[in-house]
Write a protein that binds this ligand. Structure first.
Ligand SMILES: [Zn+2]
Length: 413
């Protein structure tokens, strides 16, 4: 018989293994072709060795063909450990790829050589997404090393291409190996979170980027009657588009803000001088729509507003969809994965974690699109993509305990 406290004690001593893993992972630069790299091969080799050290019952490399990458493919890894009990498996997905460091002058140290400063480990990728991998991995290691038998079946998935669209990562796996996952499994994506680990992301808003082109007639500013001022038209249109907020005003407490948002953002430069009446404007709006709304309905309503303003002003106005992502159905707030995370967080930290929605765009959406309830969770300072990205060793250790608790959790609950 084992006690969870033995496993927790073991994990409390994991400062050095956390640093060591972070050091080695950070040194293997994993940039996708769109980020100026050749892929995740070297880092995946290291991860493959790490996974094999824990003697998985199954380990599989899944290669997604990609001509731009080294050897013509992008590597993905899936490993699974059989649990002692029947029932739903736990899957934890982390991504191997990173984003480039950006302007190096903003870094206080080499992004690919970690710097340890007290509780802090600084380096590109240490949070996004090595924190997730390291904690899910060390949780398994702690259980194995303690001699306890693993209760649930646990799968670790390490994917390529998360930062540049997931086509060669999770999308490829779901398309060709979707039968690995069952809807009753607990799928956790530790790729976003908050400082105290109380945010469980289960839903996201749809994203809709609209482009508006307003065409008038350019002329000298002293004779406005000879032209049609496109800037005035664009201003009118921006104000008129506020009607979208009123029409699609429903509220959903999972989200902050709890409503759909329709924000005019980028505005292209028009004339370069003050004494010319502009004849053409181009601007964009970034709309984040609650998942209960149909984007087609939003587009239709925006189109009607455009027609109305065009008729009123005598300007020609075009609207195009620059980009759209329709949010999949959310993971339910009472899904087993949410309950398992809440119980484990409560056990380890005493805090109450809450299911929430975000403005858009996590890799978990691809699971949800396939009807697989997935939750995004971690305890992190949220420094992803920043210069001097860091993670806190204490938070990695907390998350390791949370994962160990879930792996050994009560399968009936
Ligand atoms: Zn990430």
């Amino acid at each position: 018989m084992y006690h969870m406290t033995d496993i927790y004690d073991r994990i409390d001593g994991y400062r050095e293994p956390v640093i060591e893993l972070q050091r080695n992972l950070t040194a293997k630069v994993a940039l996708g072709p769109l980020n100026g790299g050749t892929g995740e091969h070297e880092k995946m080799d290291l991860i493959s060795h790490l996974l094999r050290d824990l003697e998985p019952d199954m380990i599989q490399e899944i290669r997604a063909p990609d001509d731009r990458a080294q050897d013509g493919y992008r590597p993905n890894l899936v490993a699974k450990w059989q649990g002692a009990e029947q029932g739903s498996a736990v899957w934890v997905l982390a991504h191997a790829d990173i984003v480039p460091p950006g302007n190096l002058s903003l870094w206080q140290s080499d992004p690919y050589r970690i710097k340890v400063d007290g509780d802090r480990i600084i380096g590109r990728g240490v949070e996004d997404n090595q924190h997730g991998f390291v904690s899910a991995y060390l949780a398994l290691k702690a259980i194995k090393d303690s001699g306890a038998s693993l209760k649930r079946s646990v799968g670790l998935i390490v994917v390529a291409d998360e930062e540049t669209g997931s086509r060669y990562g999770l999308c490829h796996i779901l398309k060709h190996h979707g039968d690995l996952f069952r809807p009753e499994d607990l799928i956790i994506v530790p790729d976003a979170g908050n400082e105290d680990g109380t945010m469980i992301e289960i839903a996201e808003k749809s994203m809709l980027w609209l482009k508006f082109t307003v065409k008038g007639r350019q002329c000298h500013a002293s004779t406005p009657q000879k032209g049609k001022n496109s800037l005035v038209g664009a201003a009118q249109l921006i104000l008129a588009l506020a009607a979208l907020k009123e029409k699609f005003a429903s509220s959903n407490p999972l989200f902050s803000p709890p409503v759909s948002t329709f924000e005019p953002t980028k505005f292209l430069a028009n004339v370069s001088n003050i004494n010319t009446i502009p004849g053409k404007e181009v601007f964009f709006a970034d709309c984040r729509i609650l998942p209960e709304h149909d984007l087609n309905e939003i587009i239709e309503t925006a189109g009607n507003i455009v027609s109305k303003v065009a008729a009123e002003t005598g300007l020609e106005i075009e609207m195009e969809t620059d980009h759209r992502h329709d949010a999949p159905s959310p993971t339910m707030a009472d899904a087993p994965v949410v309950a398992a995370l809440q119980t484990a967080v409560r056990t380890v930290t005493g805090r109450e974690a809450k299911p929430m929605g975000i403005g858009g765009g996590t890799v978990a959406a691809f699971f949800r699109e396939k009807g697989l309830p997935a939750a995004v969770w971690s305890t992190c300072p949220d420094t992803a993509h920043q210069p001097n990205e860091y993670c806190l060793i204490s938070q990695v250790i907390t998350d390791t305990k949370v994962f160990a608790t879930i792996y050994q959790g009560d399968l009936s609950g």
